[in-house]
Design a protein around this ligand. Structure first.
Ligand code: PLP
Length: 366
């Protein structure tokens, strides 16, 4: 028995199911450019997420860049540095300036009370992140955006299948980006999607993701961000099993919470009321003064026993060198403290409570 535990492991449908799904591709030889599987997956995802439009993309990152292009953002975008680098990179790569806002210490999402002070006449949008699947305070963000005429684009890469009072995370803001990367709760190997509040943006995004082509007309300098049929087929298979995948993650998270909730020096993510979670990640923040061991020491102790854990997110995305924001980290003290002390423990479909106990035993015996 291999007793190594990695921090994540991709969900896989039964092999036969995937083979069966791709048979049609062999018959019709339609491999990409909005093929049959692509069309079917868009339809099924719209139904699952409760939205009226969803454009599949090659990955989440390019979905986000295409959203920025489609909405025609300019100037400055208010975002947080406690995210995967993709969020900040998309803003910068599209010629915009990221303005970093601090996060809340309980659920690690953008702190709405700190947004308004960062708005200037150049601000065109707010780009918050539903960190670890925790939903941002969308009511507060929406109010600020409406007052100042700003667009709201959610990085919802972590929030697939999260619902608040029955309302899907995909229905928040002007647009949302989802990632279907192999390590995410739902995946298509590589993949992603853009969802808009206003259906009119769907065809424009499709143009941006396909070189700007509109029939014979060349109207935009678009790139190539199309999802292929094999990825869409994997998505179709995984979507059939999404409820089992989330239930299995929930079982592991429930056990982690039972074991670690009341340990001095360990802070777990707040449980958001009215939110149906997807149990995407299990972050634990270690206070070295109180717990007695730093995040890095906990990570090393786990590694010695063959268990992977990940400093996620670390470092802050505002710390990219040569970027002219060397002081940015100091301006978001909560994000800085969390990124220096947080560790994401292993979590994936099929991890099981026995493995969770093994991991917790090591942490608690330090
Ligand atoms: C995974 C992820 C992305 C990027 O998605 P890809 O599909 O890997 O391109 C962006 N933002 C966050 C928060 C992510 O976790």
């Amino acid at each position: 028995m291999d007793d190594k535990i990695l921090v994540t492991r991709s969900s896989m449908p039964p092999f036969e199911e995937y083979c069966n799904e791709i048979k049609e591709i062999w018959n019709n030889r339609w491999l990409t450019n909005s093929g049959v599987k692509h069309q079917q997956l868009e339809k099924e995802l719209c139904a699952f997420l409760g939205v009226s439009n969803l454009a599949l993309c090659v990955n989440g990152h390019h979905a986000l860049e295409c959203i920025i292009e489609t909405l025609g953002l300019t100037g400055e975008v208010i975002t947080t540095p406690f995210t995967f680098v993709s969020t900040t990179n998309a803003i910068v790569r599209k010629g915009l300036k990221p303005v970093f806002c601090d996060i809340k210490p309980d659920d690690f999402t953008i702190d709405p009370e700190k947004i308004e002070a960062l708005i200037t006449e150049k601000t065109s949008a707010i780009m918050p992140v539903h960190v670890y699947g925790n939903l941002c305070d969308d009511d507060a963000i929406e109010k600020i955006a409406a007052k100042h005429g700003l667009k709201v684009i959610y990085d919802a890469a972590h929030a697939f299948g999260v619902f608040k009072n029955g309302k899907s995370s995909a229905r928040l803001g002007d647009a949302s980006m989802f990632s279907f990367h192999a390590t995410k709760v739902f995946h298509s190997i590589e993949g992603g999607a853009a969802v808009f509040r206003d259906d009119k943006y769907y065809s424009l995004l499709n143009q941006w993701k396909n070189f700007g082509i509109n029939g014979e007309a060349l109207e935009l300098f678009g790139g190539n961000a199309k999802m292929n049929e094999f990825a869409a087929a994997m998505g179709l298979c995984n979507l059939r099993h999404i409820e089992e995948a989330i239930a299995s993650r929930k079982e592991a998270v429930t056990r982690y919470r039972e074991r670690l909730e009341n340990v001095r020096g360990i802070t777990l993510s707040a449980v958001q009321k009215d939110v149906q979670s997807n149990y995407a990640y299990f972050p634990a923040v270690f206070d070295p003064e109180v717990f007695g061991f730093s995040r890095n020491e906990v990570m090393e102790a786990l590694a010695e026993k063959g268990i992977g854990a990940r400093k996620y997110f670390y470092p802050l995305t505002s710390s990219v060198s040569g970027f002219g924001c060397d002081n940015a980290a100091k301006e978001t003290p909560v994000a800085l403290r969390v990124s220096e002390n947080v560790l994401c423990l292993p979590l994936y479909e099929g991890l099981g409570t026995e493995n969770v106990d093994r991991i917790c035993d090591i942490i608690l015996s330090l």
